[in-house]
Design a protein around this ligand. Structure first.
Ligand SMILES: Nc1ncnc2c1ncn2[C@@H]1O[C@H](COP(=O)(O)OP(=O)(O)OP(=O)(O)O)[C@@H](O)[C@H]1O
Ligand SMILES: [Mg+2]
Length: 340
């Protein structure tokens, strides 16, 4: 493609290219052809990296069809070999007979802006990969801790209780026996506390019985501990899903429900799981005080709950939608694609 020399192009915000012959829609912007301050250079579509053919330039299309093009991002190789990124726009100028006589081209150099944008995308991807790795390490750690608490500490405490009980039964001294009774009761409390912590770290129904059973188990506990009405519907989900999806969906539901309990002052909480051939949709809705999610996501020191839910959904190829208006409750929706 022949254009004004590269030293001119990036700094030259706007230029006018005559068509030759006037009005000819040849599909080539041959402006300046034959002049020594014009030359050829290579260009690529920024979005795809595909080489830009001569006829694909906005100017060429303007001359060929009159179609206006706006802000097309193009990477160019200048004559000195350097690369620049421009936003290229083009529009036709018509004569009194309606023939295209010239083309106005506007090139805005955005090399630095594009570099910063590329860096941002790279850093964003790195952060997403990091937070994905952190979440998966956290899950492994929870599982390990849960098993250790249950199998090691839980079993040792149970054994301790048996030993103390046996000693108490054989003890002739009443005062000592009373102390041992107390120790035995404390061991009982410790055993059930440790089991509860282990269960909270990794709900047993999730691995064994799946997402629906685990959510029902969790919501039962929530309903018992709170005064609000809890509704759960998962009729369309009759099969097990991949363990990653079940775990991710459970953790999102857990956080969304915890938010309702902590912040909403709601009287009713509704959790639904809906599956069709293509998607699984989790919805956690409340009729509480509501909030303004947009302003939260814009904050630099954003709290981690909503952000974590969004990351988890993205890790599973899905998305998180949060809808809420102050005073009118809130709805968190996580939509996950189902392969096949
Ligand atoms: N269902 C809800 N009803 C009312 N406000 C909510 C609800 N869910 C979230 N919020 C508001 O959004 C804020 C951000 O929630 P987020 O879960 O990100 O953080 P958090 O719960 O405050 O802290 P954490 O990091 O422990 O989760 C909350 O502090 C609360 O003000
Ligand atoms: Mg939270």
């Amino acid at each position: 493609m022949r254009f004004r020399s590269a030293s001119g192009l990036p700094t030259q915000a706007a230029s006018c290219w005559p068509t030759t012959p006037p009005g000819a829609g040849s599909g080539r912007a041959n402006a300046g052809s034959g002049r020594k301050d014009y030359g050829e250079f290579k260009a690529w579509w920024s979005s795809t990296g595909k080489l830009l053919e001569a006829a694909e330039w906005g100017m060429s299309r303007v001359v060929a069809t009159g179609a206006v093009s706006q802000n097309e991002m193009v990477d160019i190789e200048c004559f000195d070999g350097s690369r620049k990124t421009i936003l290229n726009s083009a529009m036709p100028i018509y004569d009194a007979d309606g023939q295209i006589r010239a083309c106005i081209a506007v090139n805005q150099e955005i090399t630095d802006l594009k570099r910063v944008q590329d860096d941002l995308v790279r850093v964003r991807n790195q952060l997403a990969a990091l937070s994905g790795a952190a979440l998966s390490i956290q899950e492994q750690e929870r599982k390990r801790l849960s098993m250790e608490l249950h199998d090691e500490i839980g079993q040792t405490l149970s054994a301790l209780k048996i030993v103390v009980e046996t000693a108490r039964r054989h003890c002739k001294n009443k005062t000592l026996a009373d102390y041992m009774q107390q120790a035995s009761e404390m061991a009982d409390t410790l055993v059930s506390d440790v089991r509860e912590i282990a269960r909270r770290l990794r709900p047993p129904p999730l691995d064994d019985l799946g997402l629906v059973a685990a959510l029902r188990w969790h919501l039962d506990r929530v309903a018992r501990a709170a005064t609000l009405e809890v509704r759960f519907d998962a009729e369309t989900l009759t099969q097990r899903l991949s363990s990653d999806l079940e775990l991710g969906c459970f953790r999102i539901a857990q956080e969304a429900v915890s938010n309702v309990m902590r912040h909403a002052a709601a009287s009713c909480l509704t959790v639904t799981l809906e599956k069709n051939n293509h998607h699984l949709t989790l919805c956690v809705r409340d009729d509480g005080c509501g909030f303004a999610p947009e302003s939260l996501f814009a904050e630099l020191n954003h709290p981690l709950g909503l952000l974590g839910m969004r990351e988890r959904a993205a890790m599973l190829g899905g998305e998180l939608r949060v809808r809420s208006t102050p005073g009118q409750g809130a709805e968190v929706q996580a939509i996950f694609p189902l392969g096949g």
